[in-house]
Write a protein that binds this ligand. Structure first.
Ligand SMILES: Cc1ncc(C[n+]2csc(CCOP(=O)(O)OP(=O)(O)O)c2C)c(N)n1
Length: 581
């Protein structure tokens, strides 16, 4: 027990949790805690320029490191600015703890200056939250918060701490145990269910693994790879799961879904058994649910029982930690194989999948003198691969995000960090800053849209001043491109309020103004040199890549359509001379 203020106890608690870095902005109600930062702590504080940025930084840090990200904000507008990041972390199961200051406890409920009901506002988008008004409750609340954020299905937790609790003196000791009788995430898997799953797989003629972000959260990538290889099971990997199985693996058929490949969508939809692992049958993957994979039985592995059967009935549910479940499944499959005289012949299924992959590659049309967005991303992929560094990618939301999913190559988990569930424009730049704080050794590149970039680019100042160098490549088409695409295809080309212009702001100049290096490229001849200059600058740099404003992202499953009815690049746009795979 040591006598100290609540504010100091917050920092001692973060230190006890092994927190290395926190992202935040001070203000009145959290000022006692910032004063404690001035007294000293081993936790690095990164000063963001907007609390949304701080929240996404905490998310980027968590996703790149596998640890809990921490964001700090003041009451009122500080807390409400965090809301988008909390919702994002909720949708993408990202473990973060947000600590907000609250007005003095005697002022709560009086409409005091900068008072908002932070726990109330965030109630539907947190795993749990605490409002601490008595300093003696503080250590246990923080202990519980970190435990809830990281255990079971990860996600955001909020601890809202009244200013007088931060200022009060008490005898501090950090608890060894959590005190949460109601929180019992599964730690085991049901062995009979795993055996059932193995039997179903052994009998399936056209099985497919459908793997997602849950595999990464569960640190189960090695177990997934072992399963794929031991049973020679083909797999599709969602946007959120990208990197959980090497993109180069011959049995990885990449992303299904609205802008996934035709072959991945067909693989999933024409299978007779879906082995779902850490996925949630998102509508962007299933398309019209009633038409989704009509001939398939479903085995659903997930840590969160609420996901199993939520969208699609699971014939064999397996609730529990994926790392354990997948390794037990591989063991059972090997046992079954050893017992059996004959295994099911899947030669035709594998041949079919390979044929579809050969027939329907991602493709786009090249036009003389026009810089294509896909070319920028392909060159980035190839140039970084030849530099032989670990690369962590982040993205904004829109067409560029989908092209990044299609064309980038990720071989390891935690190397593709994107806003999947909430689809938060502005996620890319701050998430990259957070990822760089987690992995200073890695090259961190944000593939952004011009619209997204304009939402959070002020965090470039954070990157520059905190010496967290990132590279931002803006796929500048001058439009809110994804929305423009929908207007073109589904709203008879009525382009209401989607034109941004390519020239304003001047992104290279803006980068310079924020203490970074700025580059511009608008043609293929200068592309490599410009990208390399940014990559080699060692500084936070921004490349304004001015690309074809009319390019659409294909293939595409129109909203509400069956995902098997995916639209390829339209025929009239197909000129065999100019198609690149
Ligand atoms: C905060 C937020 N507002 C609005 C949207 C809707 N939206 C989705 S994609 C998009 C356009 C993104 O434009 P840009 O960043 O230029 O990327 P592009 O699609 O052109 O690659 C918009 C407005 C969103 N996803 N998030």
């Amino acid at each position: 027990m040591t006598r100290m203020l609540g504010a100091d106890a917050i920092l001692r608690s973060l230190e006890a949790e092994g927190v290395e870095v926190m992202f935040g902005i001070p203000g009145g109600a959290i000022l006692p805690t910032y004063d404690a930062i001035a007294r000293g702590t081993t936790v690095r504080h990164v000063l963001a320029r907007h609390e949304q940025g701080a929240g996404h930084m905490a998310e980027g840090y968590a996703r790149a490191s596998g640890k809990v990200g921490v964001a700090l904000a003041t009451s009122g507008p500080g807390a409400t600015n965090l809301v988008t990041a909390i919702a994002d972390a909720w949708m993408d199961s990202t473990p973060i703890v947000c600590i907000t200051g609250q007005v003095r406890s005697d002022l709560i409920g009086t409409d005091a200056f900068q008072e908002t009901d932070a726990t109330g506002i965030t109630m539907p988008i947190v795993k749990h939250s605490w409002l601490v008004q008595d300093v003696r409750e503080l250590p246990q609340a923080l202990k519980n918060a970190f435990h809830v954020a990281r255990t079971g299905r990860p996600g955001p937790v909020l601890v809202d701490i009244a200013k007088d609790a931060q200022e009060a003196e008490f005898d501090f000791s950090y608890p060894d145990e959590v005190d949460l009788p109601g929180w019992k995430p599964p730690t085991k898997v049901h062995e009979r269910q795993v055996r059932e799953a193995a039997k179903a797989i052994a009998e399936a003629r056209q099985p497919i693994i459908y793997a997602g972000g849950g595999v990464i959260n569960a640190e189960a990538s090695a177990e997934l790879l072992a399963l794929v290889e031991a049973a020679r099971l083909p797999a599709v990997v969602t946007l959120m799961g990208k990197g959980c199985l090497p993109d180069s693996h011959p049995l990885n058929y990449g992303a299904p879904g609205m802008h996934g490949s035709k072959y991945a969508n067909w693989a999933l939809n024409k299978s007779d058994l879906i082995i779902a692992a850490g996925v949630r049958f998102d509508d962007r993957v299933t398309g019209k649910v009633s038409a989704f994979a009509p001939g398939a039985k479903v085995i659903h592995f997930d840590i969160d029982a609420a996901e199993v059967g939520k969208i699609r009935t699971a014939d064999i549910p397996v609730v529990g930690p994926l790392k354990l479940a997948l390794s037990h499944l591989t063991r059972e499959l090997k046992l079954l194989e050893a017992e059996k005289e004959k295994t099911v012949d899947r030669t035709a299924w594998h041949a079919q999948l390979q044929e579809w992959r050969a027939l329907y590659p991602y493709k786009y049309r090249r036009t003389e003198g026009v810089l294509k967005p896909q070319t920028v991303i392909e060159r980035l992929r190839d140039l970084t691969a030849s530099r032989n560094e670990d690369v962590i990618w982040t993205t904004g939301v829109g067409q560029h995000q989908m092209w990044a999913m299609q064309y980038l190559q990720c071989e390891k988990p935690r190397t593709f960090i994107t806003s999947g569930g909430l689809g938060t424009m502005g996620y890319g730049v701050p998430a990259a800053v957070g990822a760089k704080a987690a992995r200073p050794d890695a090259t961190v590149i944000c593939v952004d849209g011009d619209g997204c970039f304009q939402m959070t680019n002020q965090e470039l100042a954070t990157a520059a001043l905190e010496r967290l160098p990132i590279v931002v490549v803006i796929i500048n088409n001058g439009w809110l491109g994804m929305v423009r695409q929908w207007q073109e295809l589904f709203y008879a080309e009525r382009y209401a309020e989607t034109h941004l212009t390519k020239q304003v702001p001047d992104y290279a100049l803006l980068a310079e103004a924020l203490g970074c290096a700025g580059f511009m490229v608008d043609n293929e001849d200068d592309l490599d040199a410009t990208l390399l200059a940014a990559l080699e600058s060692g500084r936070t740099s921004v490349v304004d890549a001015r690309v074809d404003p009319d390019e659409n992202c294909y293939p595409m499953v129109p909203a509400g359509a069956a995902s098997v009815d995916i639209i390829e690049l339209p025929d009239e746009e197909l000129d065999p001379e100019r198609i690149v795979g």
